[in-house]
Design a protein around this ligand. Structure first.
Ligand SMILES: [Zn+2]
Length: 142
């Protein structure tokens, strides 16, 4: 299995009564049909988390967490590793140092968080993922 450096997803808790706004935002953000957007927002009602940003670099995360859209609870953002796409509710481990929800056991049973492990993408610009901290000769292609 080829191990790609981790990218990150940003989630937040939708506000009560924000359904229509959440659907509109989700539709525009992900370029979905109305039905697809409603399905995704319904899923987020079940898990309690709505996906705001996908496949971000670790250095991109702080700005995204600070500027949340109006239909989520202020300060409710949570960050997960992108791989497998689990919401914070679906992750089984949390690194308090990095504020990162992740899946322990997706690599090794006692694996630390990907940021602790140093195996992650720093920034994603125009769909290209860059690692600034370590270079392994892969040309940086995503
Ligand atoms: Zn960590």
């Amino acid at each position: 299995m080829s191990e790609q450096p981790t990218e990150f997803n940003v989630w937040a808790r939708p506000k009560e009564g924000s359904l229509a706004r959440a659907v509109q935002w989700t539709r525009e953000k992900w370029k979905l049909s109305l039905a697809e957007a409603m399905s995704r927002v319904n899923d987020s009602k079940k898990t309690g988390w709505v996906l705001l940003h996908e496949r971000c670099g670790w250095l991109d995360v702080p700005a995204l967490v600070k500027s949340l859209p109006d239909f989520v609870e202020p300060g409710s953002a949570a960050v997960t590793e992108y791989e497998l796409g689990y919401s914070p509710a679906g992750c089984n481990a949390y690194c308090a140092t990095h504020g990162l929800h992740f899946l322990r056991g997706s690599r090794a049973p006692d694996a630390p968080c990907p940021v602790c492990a140093g195996w992650y993408i720093d920034t994603v610009q125009n769909g290209m993922a860059y690692r600034l901290t370590r270079h392994d000769g892969d040309g940086g292609d995503a």
